[in-house]
Design a protein. Sequence first.
Length: 262
Amino acid sequence: QVASMTWMISNTLRHAPLVVLLMLQLYAAGAESEQEDSCSKVLGFNESSGPKDRSSQDLSFCDEHHKRTCCEKNHTKQVRTAFAAFSHERSGRCAQLGRLAFCSLCDGDVGIGMKVSENLILLCPSFCKLWFQSCADDYFAPGTGGAGSVAPCGPSALVCSPLSEITQDPAAFCAGVGGFEVAEAEEGADEFCYDGVPAAKMKGKAPRAPWSPPKRKERTMWRRMMDEWYRSGIPYWVEENAPGIAIAIVAAAVAWNIAGRG
């Protein structure tokens, strides 16, 4: 029994280098696959890295994508601006679906180009149709792309009508108001499109992005003095008349300086 045990230990140690080598190869393959998923330059992202977890950092919009996204602070500002223009005088349901559509730019899979066609975000037909139906009674303007095309109902629009009276084609709507492309089929093994479900929910968090919170601006001497006064409990009449008192002090100082020179 001792001899058998010795043989098993010896045999295990003899194959240990092979096991270690195999583990290193698997690790390297995993690292390469992570490096291959770099963010798309044509969408305006930093191509030197892949999606990152930027939750609780400086992103200002599209919270559902923060844990796996290529978006940085400036991208979320752009999305917020585009959504604000779309959502003006929209019904709640229409605006809600519109926000999901516009925020698709910050989806992790969209960011690496997986759900993009000819530099346009590729929406799934079901998601586009749901968005179209939620906006059917909202007012839009006829687009410049011919009959059935749709454009936002902005200040320059001559005529605005309910969406359902302009077109019955969800794809025309999604392309006209958001510049999206609509896939021919739903997402499957060989077809990728954005269906409104964040990649962060399906794949989990991406590696954490390095980030440091901005430093607070140093207070001026005047601000520090005022804070000290507030903490020490300044009289009510002083607090109420602080601007006038400050002006009076400055005027007195100027007058005293002029008198001294005379």
